[in-house]
Ligand binder design. Structure first.
Ligand code: NAD
Length: 484
């Protein structure tokens, strides 16, 4: 028998071991995918109502054990308790929403058959793919993958989930609790392991991949899926901007932008990394955000950096900006104090700095002054990412929003779209494609099947070798009349 390799999970805050899980081999992945395929038939046959009962039971079980899951999230990511708890509750919200709304948004719809095909009925069906492979990150290890897991299951698919190697315990817990509400259903499996387990999942007999993680890995996942023509949803990184207009409520903006930039130690895909503030209000904005940031203490308002290698990335972005002339309003070149990073705010940061063009993923913020909203829009759009943005304006809010190349915008707020289950979540450009959450998120895990059904015969036989010259003439005449 092949020995089972072990994946050890460590606390980023203390460096202590917090759990041991299997480092799943390709063999295990393939076996579980086969079991998930077998289970998917009965799951599909349960219908929306039957699946809803089980998914709601799972949501209720999770809700009754929020503290237990939040503790694992805290242990593995280093988050403070309140953030871990909030994350778990948001994930449960999505699970319940997907279960409740799948019947409504995945209902077969009737379409108009058109004049020449008037004897046919036309329908569009939303068909579950079969088995979805979900690959998750560590920064929101419950909320993020649940956006794919819950929606896939509610749509009638079975799921094989590979959590991040930094948060295997969270994934394991999700698998165990699902099993408690649907023992031996063979519809939700968790395969813990590192990148090789993820590779094996993309190469297995799954029907679609829902990936959340870095852009670098997303490109590899998409390439692997292309080998078998498997569709893929890619939820990747960002370098999100906040635009502060002259008529913005500066106090509200500084409070929200500071939280958007620093909460979860800045390890948020939709976290604010850049601010473009109108010259006229820049001094006030910078003074207020400095006051707020000086009150934030690493280890209290936010935790340790989860992935030790990220400390180097954050450090290199800070030093690169400083070497190019950026000035520190809060923090310094020595902001990285492993395993924590002190709040760091830099102004006058050249637009070609790493902190601007790349995702820093730390509690850092770039603030640059602009002379008008068009300059702010141009600079916001000037990076390779296009995940989300935040707009602070009264008069120009709609105009600014309409010009931004990104998948989500929060106006006079930050990250608000993520708390609204009905809104689709996802980006453009190198932030990925496809959508989770909302009705679009349910439909993402189905393919469309168009069905045309003959209701009665008419003399106009168009799809036959017996088609008459009079039919051709009639069709031609109709086309001419209708397109005058
Ligand atoms: P990552 O790309 O390093 O890893 C993500 C997952 O992919 C992990 O489970 C990993 O084991 C797996 N993996 C690694 N190599 C693989 C391969 N070749 N084939 C298949 N799977 C592979 O990302 P991360 O560091 O875990 O997460 C942080 C990133 O995720 C950030 O860039 C963040 O912005 C992004 N993110 C995006 C969203 C979103 O919804 N857009 C949400 C959360 C996080």
């Amino acid at each position: 028998m092949t020995p089972i390799d072990t994946l050890i999970s460590y606390s980023p805050a203390t460096g202590e071991e917090v759990g041991r899980y299997p480092d799943s081999s390709a063999e295990v992945v393939h076996e579980l995918v086969a079991r998930a395929r077998a289970g998917s038939l009965a799951w599909r046959a349960l219908g929306f109502k039957g699946r809803k009962v089980i998914l709601k039971k799972w949501a209720a079980l999770m809700a009754s054990r929020i503290d237990e899951l939040a503790q694992i999230v805290m242990d593995e990511t280093g988050k403070p308790k309140s953030d871990a708890t909030l994350e778990v509750t948001l994930a449960i919200g999505h699970l319940a929403w997907a279960a409740n709304n799948a019947p409504r948004f995945l209902r077969t719809s009737n379409r108009a058959p058109g004049l020449i095909m008037a004897n046919m009925s036309a329908k569009v069906q939303y068909v579950p793919f079969g088995v979805i492979g979900v690959i998750g990150p560590w920064n929101y290890p419950v909320y993020t993958p649940m956006g794919s897991i819950a929606y896939s299951l509610a749509a009638g698919n079975s799921v094989v989930f590979k959590p991040s190697e930094f948060t295997p315990g969270v994934g394991f817990w999700l698998g165990e609790t699902f099993n408690e509400v649907a023992r031996d259903a063979n519809v939700f499996f968790v395969v813990t392991g590192g990148p090789a387990t993820g590779v094996a999942l993309t190469q297995s007999a799954i029907d679609k991949v829902a990936f959340t993680g870095s852009t670098r890995t997303a490109k590899k996942v998409a390439a692997s899926c292309a080998e078998r023509m498997i569709p893929v949803v890619l939820e990747c990184g960002g370098s999100d901007a906040a635009i502060i207009d002259v008529d913005a409520d500066i106090s509200a903006a500084t409070d929200a932008v500071l939280w958007g930039a620093m909460s979860n130690s800045g390890q948020t895909c939709i976290g604010t990394e850049r601010v473009y503030v109108m010259d006229k209000v820049a001094d006030k904005f910078i003074a207020e955000i400095k006051r707020g940031a000086e009150k934030i203490k690493p280890g209290k308002e936010y935790g340790a950096i989860t992935m030790p290698s990220q400390l180097k990335v954050i450090d290199s972005h800070i030093r690169d900006a400083a070497s190019k002339g950026a000035e520190f309003v809060v923090g310094s070149v020595d902001s990285v104090q492993a395993p924590y990073v002190n709040p760091t705010i830099m102004v006058n940061v050249p637009e070609d700095s790493l902190a601007v063009v790349e995702e820093t993923f730390g509690p850092t913020l770039v603030i640059n002054r602009v002379s008008d909203v068009d300059e702010a829009i141009r600079l916001s759009n000037g990076v390779k990412y296009g995940l989300a943005a935040s707009v602070w304006s009264k008069k120009n809010a709609d105009y600014i929003t309409s010009q931004l190349q990104c998948g989500m915008v929060s106006v006079n707020s930050v990250i608000a779209y993520a708390g609204i289950a009905t809104l689709p979540f996802g980006g453009v450009k190198e932030s990925g494609y496809g959508r989770i959450h909302g009705r679009e998120g349910l439909r993402e895990f189905t393919y469309l099947r168009s069905v045309a059904k003959k209701r009665f015969s008419i003399p106009l036989a168009t799809m036959s070798f017996t088609r008459k010259a009079s039919t051709d003439a009639l069709i031609k005449k109709l086309a001419e009349l209708r397109n005058r």
